[in-house]
Design a protein around this ligand. Sequence first.
Ligand code: NDP
Length: 237
Amino acid sequence: MPSRHCLVTGANRGLGLEFVRQLLARGDRVVATCRHPGKAAALNALTGEHPGRLHVLPLDVTDPKAHAELARELDLLDEDGARARLDLLVNNAGVLHSGERFGRVGAANLEDSFRTNAMGPFLLTQALADRLGDDARVANLSSELGSIAGVGRFGTPSYNISKAALNMATALLAKALAERSIVVMALHPGWAQTDMGGDNANVPVVDAVAGLLRVIDELSHERSGSFLDWQGRSLPW
Ligand code: NDP
């Protein structure tokens, strides 16, 4: 497969960092974004190992001005001849506020979760839409906890609500970008062994990302807007 141009948000740790590693390993060019590039030691180490193929740029996904700034930075990279159109946008950055109890769920958690998990991916995709090549793919890291049909216990409402909103954003983006053959999907990575996944998580990060990349590559245009897990199984909305 020819080298692709990819952008990953929240790329300094967890699944985002592993996306960057695996995309570089298969020969792709990657723009890796994170809130604090100066502190992203693992990511910055990768730039030395893959000269010219990895660019680390700042991005807080909750800040629409930062989306516009990122788009401008991508144009500068274009002028260098280092960057062409984006083939893959991975909206990975996410936040989970644990320990919420009914009666004490606060506006701050709901607002932060919505801004990070739903608004961020939607607005960033919109801001970068012109830079997505025809046939590009947009992967939104959702969660089975965003499934309304799958609601189990009260859980972490700010997270569940925001991921359900992300699922709607995914379906709408799929419609908006269909005429350019851009495939958009909401993906559940499994219970992955990251800071967010915690001590009991059972899916190694390497396996989660390898599975997700397979799903991203293989999803047909007809199935754009799907909600799938890391093994390609459909999840109920
Ligand atoms: P981690 O908590 O390990 O990492 C989260 C990443 O998101 C960090 O890089 C963090 O950056 C970044 N981030 C958070 N807020 C922002 C923001 N406002 N702007 C930019 N970056 C931000 O999570 P995972 O790697 O486990 O999760 C990745 C995605 O997968 C998330 O969307 C998550 O909801 C989803 N997911 C994960 C599951 C799991 O079991 N791990 C299960 C289901 C879904 P910083 O270091 O600056 O905080």
